[in-house]
Ligand binder design. Sequence first.
Ligand code: ADP
Ligand code: ZN
Ligand code: ZN
Length: 749
Amino acid sequence: MKYADIIVDLSLEKLDRSYQYEIPEELEHLAMIGAQVIVPFGKGKREVKGCIIDISKEPKIEPERIKKIKEVIPNSTVIESELIRLAWWIRDTYGSTMNEALKTVIPVKQAMKMQEKKSLHLIMEQKQAMFLLEEFKRKKNTARVRLLLELLEEQVLDYRLVTQKLNISQATLKWFVEHKIITIETETYYRNPIKQQKKKEIDIVLNKEQTIAVRKICEDFWQGIKKTYLLFGVTGSGKTEVYLAVIEQVIAAGKQVIMLIPEIALTYQTVKRFYHRFGDRISILNSRMSKGERYDQYLRAKRGDIDIMIGPRSALFTPFEHLGLIIMDEEHENSYKSEQTPKYHARETAIERASYCGASVLLGSATPSIESWYRAQIGEYTLLTLKKRAKAAQLPKVYIEDLREEFKAKNYSIFSRHLQELIQDRLQKKEQIMLFLNRRGYAGFVSCRECGYVMTCPHCDISLKYHQIPYKKGKLLCHYCGYQIEIIDACPKCGSHYIGTFGIGTQQVEEMVKKLFPSVTVLRMDTDTTAKKGMHEKILSAFANHEADILIGTQMIVKGHDFKEVTLVGILAADMSMYANDFRASERTFQLLCQAAGRAGRGDRLGEVIIQTYHPEEYCITRAAAQDYEGFIKQELSFRQLLAYPPIASLFVLLIMSETELLAVNAAQFLANAVRSKFPERKTELFCLGPSKASLSKVNDIFRQVIYIKSIKKEQLKQAKNYLEFLISNQEELKKVTIQFDLNPMNGY
Ligand code: ADP
Ligand code: ZN
Ligand code: ZN
């Protein structure tokens, strides 16, 4: 006997679970995962539509009580079914409601009206039209004159422009059509966000390492072997060329490709490389698109109008019916993890989706995540390596500068003496410089030097940050809730006027650079200067055109940009990401430093990198300076092993939130107790820590409590999660608070 887990009609929102049905023998050949079915439901004769999400031989309740599937809708395993199945997996793995999971996977459910492009075409001969124009003028028929004049000038006019801006009525248009002066043409078009670009011939010959990587993946592909590959190659080693070559073959096989790139690295430069190779069989997704634009992309993909979808995390859910390959560039990036429930990771989700349709997965990075490295070590992924930079460019020279020594030598500037020297040198040689400031936790907070009082947000448990506004008094701003006040002159606690900003932001760096090197031209890239649409690209292209000597920026500038004239990179304060309260802090610091260093010397000249730090002995800094990825990972893995952190163990964080602190505390205590009594530590391998205040204990007047649950057994952790979800949906007390799950979080809580 076979049984199917079925989720019933999605419009019944409350039914956030699956139900088991028996598969009658005569339907067995049709009843596949993803198939649409009709099943009896509830009491009486009601029948509803559903979708099979799993098949097993084990009944979950007494077999007599299990109803039978009435009908399987043939050929119904359409793309939506695959995505629904994926939603179910996401829900089950990361913890969320089925509705939340479905919304993630199928973003715009309601049909949107297709945009129609209508245009007017002048079909009457010029001479005749001129004659007509004179007649309209004589009769003082101004609307007809206006329209005909425009038509004589342009030949073709946009319909909406004519009706809205030229103020021509429908009646006038009708008259023009009836008298065979114009025709109105209609075409359905999709708002393709990228202007069409012509395919260009390419003349790159892959080097030996690239060839080996491409051959390995493609040989497997043609033999029908589907795997996950980890392409480990330093920045500039030609990973993108490997992607392009593999994509070419996958498309030649009639399959489709999803190319994931973190939004921040999805620049015009990158996109252009794909367009030159594949013309307009490509589509791009980005977070700034309107719902309509997104939906158009969705339809184009579904109808098979495109072969390649490029985009950030959410592009993973592109409804390709013939998916053959998912590529994930910069696979270590934090942005691949969703910050909203369900807090899915795109890497694991990609591998799951690929398993449904027999697609391959290619992960690429210069600094692979410790997870992926570990998986490759234990043989789950296939490791492919590019050791050299593609264009024989050398890796940059890296120096570590100890800021404590600078202080001893009475250099109070934020630039070490060595960095100042090298900046001077580059300015003389007319070469470019990038200065990188890790903003996390380092932007200026305001405090009193007399009594130590720190200005904090009244709604959040966090200090306010100083923002400068040109020609005006600055503001103090909360980065979490947007609360802002004008900068104050006196300490609210003791009245002292010695109140000011500590730490520095990118703005201050800019000022200090200009003070030291008055003739220098500077571009700055951070959340302030890129708030407006398109600014990100504008700054990058200005810098690429050498319109400035120095680019100052945050994380944003270290990602994937290829500036040929940059020969010096200065990392002003390497330490600042190390003290975030999470177990990934070292890994993140290491990655940032490597990526930043990788920006130097992408052209023919040797690049130099200066890392300024207060902790020159930390292994994440010394290993990054030596560009010793494997050495770093070894050390980091042993640390994770020791403390049972991912990727060795799995970790669930439960975040419990309420406007009333006591409610959050009580709910958290209740849940922690429940886990401990159901899964006693001595008998299971499950560890529960907490509850405790989150380190960010209040946001927007909402109090936050956390519980950590760890286990080296994934299954056991999942059981605990399921048990908690069961409690949450059944206990009245718990319905008063908001509870979120985060599996293997990327950020500290
Ligand atoms: P990555 O993606 O690893 O950072 P890219 O693919 O962007 O590296 O390659 C870096 C630079 O080297 C690019 O300008 C690219 O065009 C060039 N390049 C890559 N492979 C080759 C090759 N085999 N021959 C010549 N140039 C190459
Ligand atoms: Zn004070
Ligand atoms: Zn706030």
